[in-house]
Design a protein around this ligand. Sequence first.
Ligand code: BG6
Length: 516
Amino acid sequence: MPESSERHPFLSGLSKHRGAPATCLIIFGASGDLTSRKLLPALYNLSVDNLLPAEFALIGFGRKPLPDEEFRDMSAKEISQYSRRTFRPEIWQRIGENTYYQAGAYDDPAAYQALKERIDAVEKKLGRSLQVVFYISTPPTVFQPILENLGKCGLAARGLGSETESKVIIEKPFGRDLKTAMELNQTITRNFMESQVFRIDHYLGKETVQDLLVLRFGNSIFEPLWNRNYVDNVQITVAEELGVGTRGGYYDHSGSTRDMIQNHTMQLLALTAMEAPVTLDAEDIRNEKVKLLKAIQPLRLDTDRGDAVRAQYIDGLINGAKVSGYLQEKDIAPNSTTETFSAFRLNINNWRWAGVPFYLRSGKRMARRVSEIAIQFKTPVGGLFSSDNRYELAPNRLVIQIQPDEGITFTTNSKVPGLEARTQPVKMNFRYATTYGSNTPEAYERLILDCMIGDRTLFIRGDETESSWKLFTPLLEFWQNLGRRGLETYTAGSWGPLAADRMVWNLGHGWRNSGQ
Ligand code: BG6
């Protein structure tokens, strides 16, 4: 396995990041799930690759009191459990020796004063001034008090205008509808300049997602075909085998549309369908994404012939093991109407895409874990082969598999060798693991590093979240008013409800058997 940046092609591309300034990272929600499973392992792996600045300090902030030493031990344990690479004490030591814990209530100004003093003490110990990065990884109910308090106590404006101005990373959900998203954006901009704000959508940190721009604009053969003249339909699938696990309390107030579609899937859509940006500059790319999001037609709201389907899983089998239905999961209201699957038919009203349906679907407890973008091209004109049923012509299809088994597959038709006249679809297959090795950095490694050097390309801007909420808010309200009416069910381990199939059949299409 490649362990050092020198041996991994992707990591050697990250060497520009070695210039990250001395940093103090403060994680709000230090005992949360994300911190243990993703953030701490990401920091550890950055340290393995010598990509953390030489002077780096970590302060965990949380409600429950915890001595520094205990937080350090806990962090080490979590890293050994979740890191993609083996835990080595000497690597952890580099972070651990400057790791601290600050307890406090998120709405208590005194806690921020104490935090400020802690940061000053760390600076004193390291003998230099530090860039401060706040990572808000808490439930959304405390986003606003944290942001306001950082503003009030002066931490938000720390180093403003200089190379080490403070930065804030925020994890979704960015609101739960257009109104709350706008309120959150207002709170953010009341306390921070937009240039200090890094809204994370971790899908943007995935290798294959970043590769979309290279695939589309770094090759000359795709872009001329990437439009309504050649593309028949586009399908984006983000399917999980997992259920809601221990996150029932959060998920039951969210659902598949808020949790996955409004953010991750829409980012995939925007990168797939946007125009070429003028440069690779963060603002140029974000401008194109926003233009695309604004060009999506409002959804048709109807229980039978609408542009959306929602459903809940009932008990079934995942990999041969019996799993219970959504309503029987922990922390789920017995009469919950939260959807665990949703599917959409979107129309993009611009010159490139008018008339090409974009189908989106995402769900928990589906047949297979797979995230992919499938571009299906139109069948050839002329009917040269179609009048003869010995020729089995499949549509050309370009599938970008985001995860697992990252890769790009292109399906074409070929003649079966032999004297008989027969054709068969064949695949051209590029797999990341085969070409680059399998130990690819996780999204959070890339994103934390990008934030430390101030590169906002892979983060989303406030108006992106608002444009996406503008599309989904009327639908979410429509569903809420309907209650259970129109809420379908699907068996755990299946590809979703029949109603989702019907929605695409109506236009003569069918969902792909994704991941195949
Ligand atoms: C998160 C959602 O944003 O993404 C989770 O809140 C989901 O519900 C997760 O499981 C999926 O991420 P990934 O990277 O495993 O596809």
